[in-house]
Write a protein that binds this ligand. Structure first.
Ligand code: NAD
Ligand code: PPY
Length: 356
């Protein structure tokens, strides 16, 4: 993943900055402002190279464009990646604070063309700190006037996606079904709770022993993190990281359906084709995980209350039904069908696009 290759990208803008003192590289990528200012969270991680950070930011920004379009939200797609000099848990608080201040300066220079929010390794209190330097921030803590964490809304949307996907795959309700959740974090932990309430039998995996212990005490079955793709289940819910299903995994994963929170679950279109050929029904992630965007954009831009967010998030099941019908009619993957829906709204002829 060379920087040269990664800069050959079809999005609107790449912004990069390096801070020598902390050894951190900052990337902001704006994929599209066609429907409104670009928006998407800030991810902090230790990447093997700057090329990997650029690639991740570009793919995540593209997914945000599709998420906003398919969800009928008046925003474009963007994402920030903070390429840390070490894993997040090895960064001390003074260093982290400097990193956030520099990131906020970068966002502010974009003058509202990009709005950030929380993503992996950033939270509402980080958004509070960013907001001391720039106003282009969603998801500040509630005490600080923001909408707070989007994780509950994301989890509710994923749960709706799981139900719609199980139903369409001929599994009926989740009651008694074997559901494997990978990642018991802010979203996955809530997905487990909702699925358990619906009567599912939960298999769970995480790399964090404390999270596994809590899940075990709640009566769920623990699956070793490196056994996930070999564990038989009715529905697999990836709620940890993206890029989990490539063509090889798609050819062998012992499940009937996939619906989860992670962005970019499939490595490429070919993996979607393999799943389709095996009859594994896969909920496109940019449809399934849009609950967080409904929460952040709905509450902070559109003036929605909590009930509005819940109602729109529950609608994710209906959007997926539309996606699945289109996929059946056209004989295309569910990912391709969702792309068609999103691109209809993104096309220049669409009259629903916000004037920006
Ligand atoms: P989180 O950091 O709170 O949780 C992630 C969990 O995954 C952690 O418990 C971590 O230990 C675990 N994990 C990491 N690597 C793992 C592995 N190899 N195997 C098993 N478990 C592993 O993150 P989150 O906010 O719950 O988000 C989860 C996913 O959903 C992310 O990919 C994120 O981009 C996506 N997402 C989140 C939101 C949101 O509102 N938070 C919205 C849209 C998409
Ligand atoms: C995501 O949904 O993947 C995010 O990054 C969260 C988000 C959603 C909408 C605006 C900003 C951040």
């Amino acid at each position: 993943m060379s920087i040269d290759d990664e800069l050959r990208w079809d999005g609107e803008l790449t912004v990069a900055r390096h801070d020598r003192e902390t050894g951190t590289t900052f990337v902001i990528r704006i994929d599209s402002t066609r429907l409104g200012p670009a928006s998407g969270g800030t991810r902090a991680a230790h990447y093997p190279s700057i090329g990997h950070a650029l690639a991740d930011a570009g793919k995540l920004a593209g997914a945000m464009t599709l998420k906003m379009a398919v969800s009928d939200l008046p925003m474009g797609g963007g994402k920030s990646v903070i390429a840390l000099p070490a894993p997040r848990n090895r960064i001390d608080s003074a260093t982290w604070s400097r990193i956030l201040d520099i990131h906020a300066e970068n966002i502010d220079k974009l003058e509202g063309n990009y709005w950030t929010g929380p993503d992996v390794n950033t939270n509402s209190s980080d958004m509070d700190q960013l907001s001391r330097t720039t106003k282009y921030v969603f998801g500040r803590s509630v005490d600080n006037g923001g909408a707070g964490s989007s994780a509950h809304a994301t989890a509710l949307g994923v749960f709706e996606a799981m139900k719609a996907t199980a139903r369409r795959r001929g599994l009926g309700t989740l009651d008694g079904r074997k559901v494997l959740v990978q990642g018991l974090g802010a979203v996955g932990g809530d997905v487990v709770r909702l699925a358990a309430q619906a009567g599912a039998r939960l298999l769970v995996a995480d790399t964090d022993p404390q999270r596994l212990e809590a899940a075990s005490l709640a009566g769920h079955t623990i699956v070793p993190a490196d056994e996930v793709l070999r564990t038989s289940c009715d529905l697999f819910a990836p709620c940890a990281m993206g890029g989990i299903i490539d063509s090889a995994a798609a050819a062998s994963i012992p499940t009937l359906a996939v619906a989860g929170a992670a962005n970019n679950i499939l490595t490429d279109a070919a993996a979607g084709e393999v799943l389709r050929s095996r009859g594994v029904l896969c909920a496109p992630d940019f449809v399934a995980n849009a609950g967080g965007a409904f929460h952040l954009v709905g509450r902070e831009v559109l003036g929605w209350n909590e009930d509005d967010v819940v109602e729109r998030t529950r609608g994710i099941g209906r959007t997926l039904d539309e996606v699945y019908s289109l996929s059946e009619e056209r004989g295309i993957t569910t990912e391709a069908a969702a792309l068609l829906l999103a691109r209809t709204r993104l096309s220049p002829a669409s009259t629903t696009a916000a004037a920006t």
